[in-house]
Design a protein around this ligand. Sequence first.
Ligand SMILES: Cc1cc2nc3c(=O)[nH]c(=O)nc-3n(C[C@H](O)[C@H](O)[C@H](O)COP(=O)(O)OP(=O)(O)OC[C@H]3O[C@@H](n4cnc5c(N)ncnc54)[C@H](O)[C@@H]3O)c2cc1C
Length: 218
Amino acid sequence: MITTDTPPLDLVIIGGGPAGMSAALIAGRALLDATIVNAESPRNAVTTASHGFLTRDDVHPTELVAIAKQQLATYGTVRYLNDTVVSTRQTAKGFEVVLGDGFEHRGERLALFGGESAAHYAPMIRMWTDDLMVFAESLGVTSSSTDWGTTALDVGDTGGTNIGGLYVVGDAKTGFSGVVGAAAEGAACAESIVHEIAVERWSPTLAVSVPATPPRSA
Ligand SMILES: Cc1cc2nc3c(=O)[nH]c(=O)nc-3n(C[C@H](O)[C@H](O)[C@H](O)COP(=O)(O)OP(=O)(O)OC[C@H]3O[C@@H](n4cnc5c(N)ncnc54)[C@H](O)[C@@H]3O)c2cc1C
C-alpha cells in the first residue's frame, strides 16, 4: 500500500505504444524505478499490419505490443500495468496518477505517451462528450496556435514541457509520429530523463580522486 512515506518512483509512463514502451526500455536499461500504465488501445489497432518499421514491416500492431512487453519483462526495475490512468495531479514531490483500479502511483517524473495529440482534438471531441481528460492541459502545459489554425502543446525536442518533470512525446506531442518515429522520440525522451537524474544524483564526493602526477624531474 502506498503511504505518504513511500518514496516516489523515478518515472511514471502513461501509455504503452511505441513511444512509451521504447521509453520504458531505456528506463529499464538505466535501472530507473519506473511504472508504465497502458490501456492497450493503440491508434493503429484497427489495421491488420503496420509498415515502415525496419525489421518489423508488415507486423500486426498487437504483435508489436506483445514483443515489446516480452522484452520489457527482462528489466526488473520496470513494472508494466495493463490499466487506464483516470487522473493525474502534481504534488510537492512530483506527480500522482490514479488508475482505473483505484490504485495510486507516485513518480518524480511523468511522461505522457497517450496517443494522438489531445490538444489538437480535445475542443472538437468535447462537443460530443465531457468525459474527456487531457492530462497535459489539466497539469498546466501551455500550448500555442499552429500555422494550420490548430493548437499544439509547447513541448521541447526531447519532450520537456513548461512543467518541470513532465514530458509529452509521440503522437500525443506531434499528432502523427509513425511507429518508428514514436519509438525514437520515446527513447530520446527517456535518455534525457536518465541524464537529468544522473546529474541530480551525482555528487563530486563520489568521484574517485586521482593522485596528481608528480612533476617529471629534469
Ligand atoms: C489506421 C492507422 C494506421 C497506421 N499505420 C501505420 C503504419 O503502417 N506505420 C506507421 O509507422 N504508423 C502507422 N500509424 C501511426 C502510428 O500508429 C502512430 O504514429 C504510433 O502508434 C504513435 O505511437 P504512440 O506511442 O505515440 O501512441 P499509440 O501507439 O497510440 O499508443 C498510445 C498508448 O497509450 C495508451 N493510453 C492512452 N490513454 C491512456 C491512459 N489514460 N492510461 C493508460 N494508457 C493510455 C493507449 O491505450 C495506447 O496503447 C497508423 C495510424 C493509424 C490510425
